[in-house]
Design a protein around this ligand. Structure first.
Ligand SMILES: Cc1ncc(COP(=O)(O)O)c(C=O)c1O
Length: 407
């Protein structure tokens, strides 16, 4: 089908919730994608931090093809070997003792919220239900995760919101302490806020929250849906700060595009869930866990977390040179391969479009930020290619800005 027919059919038959770029990909390989017109793109967005192994990774393709031929689904009424093996791998490589598998990031977060509440109910403290989150956070699109998300634009159309959430400005310990009361049960946050433009929390703040939670008997919940699976140069971002959350969630990169989310917790907390307290029809099925296993094993065996760290530093270094060369960039921020570039003016969408025309995919956030989330297999050559395209785009934009206004 040609692009116009696909776009017409999409507009006619699907709900109009996405602002889509007029491109449709037919296939991918490694860090590249091809569209219906045969044009090649280099993927510096990875489906919004999902395709950590790039596209059509042979190990993942084999794992899901083999599993699909044997058994795709059987329900959690029975034992599932891949689920047990993936949970073991997550536990052995993180601070968690127990895992529950969901189908998405929002669902994993929904599970985290439920776990925090039931934990205190079962401790005989039903009054502890409030969760403090952060302004400009993003935790998902379900009703509870929308209430947890500290952005009015996502909440306003769906009021009344699920009660029990309050958000405070990031990196402000005083505001956080002031927001606590005897009903607070947990603090929930992303180590780096992805959807609002790659805003990292300081190490001091992260450690301060851990101490505060210990002191007040609160649960620290980290949403690592985007920062997890090696994205920031550690397997999970909390590992940068020398702290351990009580609960963390992950999704996106875990299945490299096969839908799966994970709610991970310390045993003392996870024990609050007993049969019937939570569940999922699809969560943890043999197919999605085969994908998760192939992704985790490849990340670990092929040292892709180290590559994320090293390529992240290389990318940052090259971007700072461009920041110094042109007056168009006000800040480059992030960790590992999660990078945000803020422009001095409202150039985000324009830069994204100009890069697209040159065959590079990046994401824009709001009016003045673009974000880069390349697959963790990215190489120096790939980064050099991106930097020269970005250099050309910035050159083009500076010339335009220097041209005298015509009247
Ligand atoms: C930090 C964070 N949490 C949760 C979500 C929601 O994940 P999903 O879209 O898989 O439900 C996202 C998605 O962007 C995210 O970045």
């Amino acid at each position: 089908m040609d692009l116009n027919s696909i776009m017409d059919m999409t507009d006619k038959y699907t709900m109009n919730v996405f602002s889509r770029t007029p491109v449709c990909f037919t296939h991918g390989q490694g860090i590249c994608l091809w569209d219906t017109e045969g044009k090649k793109y280099v993927d510096f967005l990875a489906g919004i931090a999902v395709s950590v192994l790039g596209h059509a990774h042979p190990r993942l393709v084999k794992a899901i093809s083999d599993q699909a031929q044997r058994l795709i689904h059987c329900s959690n009424l029975y034992y599932i070997e891949n689920q047990a093996r993936l949970a073991k791998l997550l536990v052995e490589n993180t601070c968690a003792d127990k895992v529950f598998f969901a189908n998405s990031g929002a669902e994993a977060n929904e599970g985290a919220i439920k776990l925090a509440r039931i934990y205190f109910k079962k401790k005989g403290m039903p009054q502890k239900y409030k969760i403090i989150t952060l302004v400009n956070s993003f935790h998902g699109r379900t009703l509870a995760t929308t209430a947890a998300t500290g952005q009015v634009k996502y909440q306003e159309p769906y009021t009344p919101l699920t009660p029990g959430f309050l958000s405070v400005p990031i990196n402000d310990m005083d505001a956080l302490v002031k927001a606590l009361d005897e009903n607070t049960c947990a603090i929930m946050l992303e180590p780096i806020q992805g959807e609002s433009g790659v805003n990292p929390l300081t190490a001091e703040y992260m450690r301060g929250i851990r101490e505060l939670c210990d002191e007040k008997g609160l649960l620290m919940i980290l949403d690592e849906v985007q920062t997890g699976m090696g994205r920031t140069g550690e397997l999970f971002a909390y590992m940068h700060y020398g702290i351990e959350p009580d609960i963390f969630t992950t999704a996106k990169g875990l299945g490299n595009g096969v839908p799966i989310g994970a709610l991970c917790a310390k045993d003392s907390v996870a024990r609050a869930f007993q049969p019937g307290d939570h569940g999922s029809t699809f969560g943890g099925n043999p197919l999605s866990c085969a994908a998760g296993l192939a992704v985790m094993e490849t990340l670990l065996e092929e040292n892709l977390v180290k590559n994320s760290r090293e390529m992240g530093s290389y990318l940052m270094e090259k971007l700072s040179l461009l920041k110094d060369r042109y007056g168009l960039i006000s800040q480059v921020r992030g960790l590992g391969l999660m990078v945000g570039i803020e422009f001095t003016g409202e150039l985000g969408v324009k830069v994204k479009e100009l890069l697209l025309a040159r065959g590079y995919l990046v994401g824009s956030v709001g009016k003045s930020v673009i974000r880069l989330l390349p697959p963790l297999i990215v190489s120096k050559d790939d980064i050099d290619g991106f930097i020269s395209a970005f250099d050309a785009v910035l050159g083009e934009l500076s010339e335009q800005q220097e041209e005298p206004a015509q009247n």
